[in-house]
Write a protein that binds this ligand. Structure first.
Ligand SMILES: O=C(O)CCC(=O)C(=O)O
Length: 269
C-alpha cells in the first residue's frame, strides 16, 4: 500500500498540492461507479424530502438547474454531501486502509472528516466551481494548514475539456484570503490565476491539497460525465467538529443524528 514519502511531503508543503497516481484500482472505481449510479436514481425520485434537497442535516442532494434549462433537474445534479450515509461503497472508500496508510505521515493515525462529497459534472449541466479556497471554520480547526488534507478521487478521466480541477501552485502560502467562496473576481484580486495548472487525472488517481490552496474548475464541454469523490481529512486532535474516520488507524463507521435508512442502498443495489 502507498504512503507519502519525504519528497511527496516536501512537494505538498511547497506547492500546496500533490497528485498520487493509481491510488485506487479498477475494482474500487467500479464499485464507486455503481454507487454513483445508485445516487442518480435516488436523485431522480420525486418523493425526496425537502430536508435532503435543502441540506438540512448531513445528506444534501444538490440539484442545480442552469438558467433557462428545461430538462429534468437530475440531469444537473451538482453534488451530494455525506454520500457515505447512502451507499456502502462510499463508506468503504472513506474508511479504506489505503487512505489511512497514505495520510499517516501527514496527519497521524487518528483522523476526523469534515467533508464527504461526490461531485457530478454532467454534460449540459454548466456546472463550474469558480476560484476559491476550502477554508475550514475557526476556532473549530486549529493550524489547518498543517493538519487538514482535501482529497479528490478521479472517477472518470479528468481533462481540461471536461472541466478538470485547476490549482494555483504555491497559493496556499498566502493564507486565508478571506474571500467569499465562489464569488466572481475576488480571488483574482490576490492571486495570479493565469499560473494555475490543470490537474488531469485518470480514474483512481487522487489529488491532495491544503485548505488554503486556490482551486477551481470550469464546465464540462464534452458529451461524457466527469465525476469525483471528495474526502477532507483532519488530524483529530486539531478539530472539534466533523465525523470520525480513523482512530489509531482503525476505521470508524459513519454515524448521523438523522435517520437515512429509507434512502440507503441495500448491499445488492
Ligand atoms: O473537482 C472540481 O471540479 C472542483 C471541486 C471543488 O472545488 C468543490 O467542490 O468545491
Amino acid at each position: 500500500m502507498q504512503t507519502l514519502n519525504s519528497q511527496d511531503i516536501e512537494t505538498f508543503r511547497d506547492q500546496g498540492f500533490l497528485i498520487i497516481r493509481k491510488l485506487f484500482d479498477a475494482d474500487d472505481i467500479a464499485l464507486l461507479c455503481h454507487a454513483f449510479d445508485y445516487t442518480l436514481t435516488l436523485a431522480a425520485r420525486p418523493d425526496l424530502p425537502e430536508d435532503i434537497l435543502r441540506g438540512r442535516g448531513d445528506v444534501h442532494i444538490h440539484l442545480q438547474a442552469p438558467d433557462g434549462a428545461t430538462g429534468p433537474a437530475v440531469r444537473y445534479i451538482r453534488k451530494v454531501q455525506w454520500p457515505a450515509l447512502l451507499h456502502p461503497a462510499f463508506e468503504a472508500i472513506r474508511t479504506s486502509p489505503i487512505f489511512a496508510q497514505l495520510l499517516a505521515p501527514l496527519l497521524g493515525t487518528s483522523l476526523k472528516q469534515y467533508i464527504n462529497q461526490i461531485n457530478f459534472k454532467i454534460p449540459g449541466g454548466d456546472i463550474a466551481f469558480p476560484w476559491h479556497q476550502d477554508i475550514r471554520p475557526t476556532p473549530a480547526f486549529t493550524d489547518q494548514i498543517d493538519n487538514y488534507v482535501q482529497t479528490i478521487i478521479a472517477i472518470d478521466q479528468a481533462t481540461a475539456a471536461n472541466g478538470c480541477l485547476h490549482i494555483v501552485p504555491g497559493s496556499h502560502k498566502l493564507g486565508n484570503l478571506k474571500t467569499t467562496r465562489y464569488a466572481t473576481g475576488q480571488i483574482e484580486q490576490h492571486v495570479d490565476v493565469t499560473t494555475a495548472v490543470p490537474c488531469e487525472a485518470d480514474p483512481g488517481d487522487v489529488i491532495l491539497f491544503t485548505s488554503y490552496t486556490v482551486h477551481g474548475s470550469t464546465p464540462n464541454t464534452t458529451d461524457q460525465p466527469r465525476r469525483s469523490y471528495i474526502n477532507g481529512f483532519v488530524r483529530a486532535k486539531s478539530c472539534t467538529v466533523g465525523k470520525w474516520a480513523f482512530l489509531n488507524g482503525q476505521p470508524i463507521p459513519i454515524t448521523s443524528d438523522r435517520d437515512y435508512h429509507a434512502l440507503r442502498a441495500k448491499s445488492s443495489e
